[in-house]
Design a protein around this ligand. Structure first.
Ligand code: FNR
Length: 339
């Protein structure tokens, strides 16, 4: 068998050596609450690249301080953040992996001191902080912050940007009718709810010429939330804006407990890929090489994002290759030990 999982794929000018992606995961590790990289981040990301993932994503990295999910998150709202991020990239690139940064703003789900912002002044839960409804100026400032974040990402040598449009964070709050109650041009029908993301993509393209992925929550687990028809509409719009891949996650818009099982979000990646005619990433309880290989070979998704299994085993990709009988060269430092 020639492996699909271990075949390369190209997005624009970036080629990944295989389809295995370390999914973005908050590490709550910034020691001074300043968004800056610490030694833990360097070891954490480099070890997954040594473990032979083709693409390693940073955690949700905040484009503004008020957009942090927690005060220990990485940030990219200041030029002072560039140097540490550059060091992360050096470590990832040393092993032939490519690097990605997830640009994020938590909106009403930011757990920080000070004011928090959202499309509408509705808290996530009754006992959560009430966000301020964003003015047009707030919207513009936030869109500009995504563009500035993208500029810094380029200066820090990232290969790919992913916009965090999932899990009920700010972009998702604009997309969803459950959280966007605006009556101006940023709210109402799905075309208007898409406008914020649309303008972010266009703004990012003014400072960034590499591939752009967008993570979405393709099921809101609520009868009045966006439907697959809406997600297919968003997917087509993103394709028109030359987004390279949609990373299909789910949930987090409202508090809900979905049924979680192996590959529980896979059908969204499959449907959006094959009906929306755009590359997709599959994520969610994909834990073995055989499971991942099946997804790629059956053309249900183009990339496999692995999160918790890669926390347990930084060498997850290497282990998947062993499982599939694929011979991987590398990391070169360990080659004699693999014999
Ligand atoms: C996550 N996840 C996540 N997702 C995201 O888009 N940005 C993020 O910063 C985080 N942070 C995060 C932290 C931790 C500790 C976990 C476990 C998860 C979600 C993650 O990327 C993935 O979508 C889910 O964990 C499902 O994939 P697995 O874990 O079943 O492979």
């Amino acid at each position: 068998m020639s492996s699909g999982l271990f075949s390369p794929i190209t997005f624009g000018k970036v080629t990944l050596k295989n389809r295995i992606v370390m999914s973005p995961m908050c590490m709550y590790s910034c020691e001074q609450k300043d968004g800056k990289v610490v030694p833990f981040h360097l070891a954490h990301y480099e070890s997954r690249a040594a473990g032979q993932a083709g693409l390693v994503f940073t955690e949700a990295t905040a484009v503004l301080p008020e957009g942090r999910i927690s005060e220990e998150d990485l940030g990219i709202w200041n030029d002072e953040h560039i140097e540490g991020l550059q060091q992360i990239n050096e470590g990832i690139h040393r092993h032939g992996a490519r690097s990605g940064i997830q640009l994020a703003h938590a909106g009403r789900k930011a757990v920080i001191d000070g004011d928090i912002f959202a499309p509408s002044s509705v808290p996530y839960k009754d006992d959560w902080k009430v966000p301020k409804e964003m003015t047009k100026e707030d919207i513009k400032r936030t869109i500009d912050a995504f563009a500035e974040g993208a500029r810094r990402a380029k200066e820090a040598h990232f290969d790919i940007i992913e916009l965090h449009g999932a899990h009920g964070y700010l972009i998702n709050q604009f997309l969803s009718p459950l959280t966007n109650k605006r009556e101006d041009e940023y709210g109402g029908d799905r075309e208007s709810r898409f406008r914020f993301l649309d303008e972010i993509i266009e703004a990012v393209k003014t400072t960034w010429d590499g591939p752009i992925f967008v993570r979405i929550s393709a099921n809101e687990y609520h009868p009045e939330g966006n439907t697959m028809d809406d997600f297919l509409y968003f997917a087509r719009e993103m394709k028109n804006h030359e987004v390279n891949l949609i990373d299909c996650s789910s949930g987090g818009v409202v508090s809900a407990r979905p049924n979680v099982f192996p590959g529980y979000q896979l059908s969204y990646a499959d449907q959006i890929r094959n009906e929306g005619d755009i590359a997709t990433g599959a994520v969610g309880m994909i834990t073995s090489g055989i499971q991942a290989e099946e997804v790629i070979q059956n053309e249900r998704a183009d990339l496999i994002f692995v999160a918790r299994a890669m926390l347990r085993n930084p060498y997850w990709a290497k282990a998947a290759a062993d499982e599939l009988g694929v011979d991987l060269n590398g990391p070169k430092q360990y080659e004699r030990g693999w014999m």
